[in-house]
Design a protein around this ligand. Structure first.
Ligand code: AMP
Length: 457
């Protein structure tokens, strides 16, 4: 058997590939990114790109020593020599904050909105929607802590999801409070879980000292049973006055804007630098345990990375999961990249000339051409297989008269179009559209031959 790709990765394939699904269709990936880019840029976010590998220390501090990612899911890359290796980035936020600090982006107008997109790597147990190389869209706002920024960040995420046509989403919103609030909560959790040490998983016993909030989102059944039995009070009960006021303000904005959400008093983002707002977006098609996206405020992150105190907030959406959700809702992307013409010479002597015409037409439309002379029937069949909207056929007669025989493939309508008009015709409404004005009306040769394509098939 020929070599296979590593487990938990996917190939992004061209249209028509035999094993294509929406989440492996290269064009669907691009379209999701394009749609998101539109929404994000209209929101004032600028694109930033960072390396896909980073120093291990960045990931340890940026994602958190006690996180699953750092304890068991990091991919390390080495090169020959002394260096201790790099980590393939498991998420985007730490890198964006590092780039902000390292490149003096503080000098730009604040708060600064950034977005990025690209592959992320986690050595997870592979299942549908849980890959080892997956792709995220990230939005980050650095340099402000007004609750309006939190509400806007949530709204922008919902706008991306809406622009993709997704409807069956559930937004869960909570707050993890300020550091002092979390200290009180952690003390409470230590006291509660301390009474049930014997029933906790070995991992959670370690968490008990270092980060008891992480026991709450433990995947182990024994831990979940303990959490249920203790009827642990949620983080939201422990918010101090300031965090409460901030959260109330975020909710007031979202309520006023009609952004619907479920209050999730127990939503945890257990890392030290998370502050205040936190949210997750779920979709039935992706499964209850896997989020479509998540976000939160991380005012403590910059200091964690050795920088000055700098508030920030951001979210990430998983592109594969967006595509799985879109499949579940039966959504299709508007995939057409615009009219597509396939040109073919009917005579060997014209091949180079037709190719030149194709090269010129690329300034207005997608144009492909045949690399050798074709019979008309073969040219039309090839054009259809390539998904073209039009076929343009040029034989000695057309060349002599300075026209092409242009056929609209789906309707079968064909007309001769002068070479000097071809760009306008291809860039304008199509033949079967009532707005179409034939520039070469005297030369109209309409052949209603709807059977032509079928004959070729
Ligand atoms: P997180 O950084 O864990 O909050 O992840 C943000 C988003 O990235 C998630 O909501 C998913 O959509 C996506 N994501 C995270 N991990 C994976 C994975 N292993 N495979 C596919 N998508 C993922």
């Amino acid at each position: 058997m020929a070599l296979q790709r590593p487990k938990g990765t996917s190939d992004h394939l061209p249209d028509g590939s035999p094993k294509l699904s929406l989440d492996t269709q290269a064009r669907a990936f691009q379209r999701v990114t394009d749609v998101a880019r539109g929404v994000l840029e209209r929101s004032g976010a600028q694109f930033i790109a960072t390396p896909i590998f980073e120093e291990p220390e960045l990931v340890r501090r940026g994602v958190g020593e006690t996180s699953d990612i750092v304890t068991k899911e990091m991919f390390t890359v080495y090169y020959f020599g002394e260096h201790g290796g790099f980590i393939l980035r498991p998420e985007g936020t730490a890198s964006v904050m590092r780039a902000y600090l390292q490149n003096g982006l503080k000098q730009l107008p604040s708060p600064l909105k950034l977005w990025t997109q690209g592959p992320m790597f986690r050595a997870e147990n592979v299942q549908k929607g849980r890959l080892r190389q997956f792709h995220q869209l990230d939005y980050e706002v650095i340099g402000g802590d007004d609750p309006l920024i939190d509400a806007e960040a949530v709204a922008v995420m919902m706008s991306v999801v809406e622009a993709l046509g997704l409807r069956q989403v559930t937004l869960k919103l909570g707050s993890v409070g300020d550091p002092a609030d979390r200290e009180r909560y952690n003390a409470y959790l230590r006291e509660q879980f301390g009474r049930r040490r014997a029933d906790l998983s070995p991992e959670s016993l370690l968490r008990l000292d270092r980060n008891p909030m992480r026991i709450l989102d433990s995947k182990s059944a024994e831990d979940q049973a303990v959490v249920r039995e203790l009827a642990v009070r949620p983080m939201l009960d422990f918010l101090g006055e300031q965090a409460q006021a901030h959260f109330a303000s975020v909710r007031r904005y979202l309520d006023a804007w009609g952004v619907s959400y479920q209050l999730d008093p127990g939503l945890v983002r257990g890392l030290d630098y998370y502050r205040r707002s936190a949210w997750e977006l779920h979709h039935a098609g992706v499964g209850a345990k896997s989020a479509l996206g998540g976000g939160g405020r991380y005012d403590g992150l910059a200091e964690q990375l050795g920088g000055p105190a700098t508030p920030g907030i951001g979210w990430a959406l998983g592109i594969e999961r967006l595509l799985i959700a879109m499949t579940a809702e039966g959504l299709e992307l508007p995939l057409s990249p615009g009219p597509h013409v396939y040109l073919a010479a009917l005579d060997g002597a014209l091949v180079g000339q037709v190719a030149e015409l194709g090269l010129q037409l690329r300034s207005v439309v997608r144009a492909e051409f045949a690399y050798r002379a074709l019979k008309p029937a073969v040219a039309l069949r090839d054009a259809g297989r390539r998904g073209a909207v039009y076929a343009a056929l040029i034989g000695p007669e057309e060349a002599g008269r300075g026209v092409v025989a242009l056929k609209h493939l789906s309707s079968g309508v064909q007309r001769n179009i002068g070479l000097d008009e071809l760009r306008d015709v291809l860039g304008g409404p199509d033949f079967v559209n009532p707005d179409f004005v034939n520039p070469d009306a005297d030369d109209r040769t309409t052949h209603p031959q709807p059977s032509t394509n079928q004959e070729q098939a």
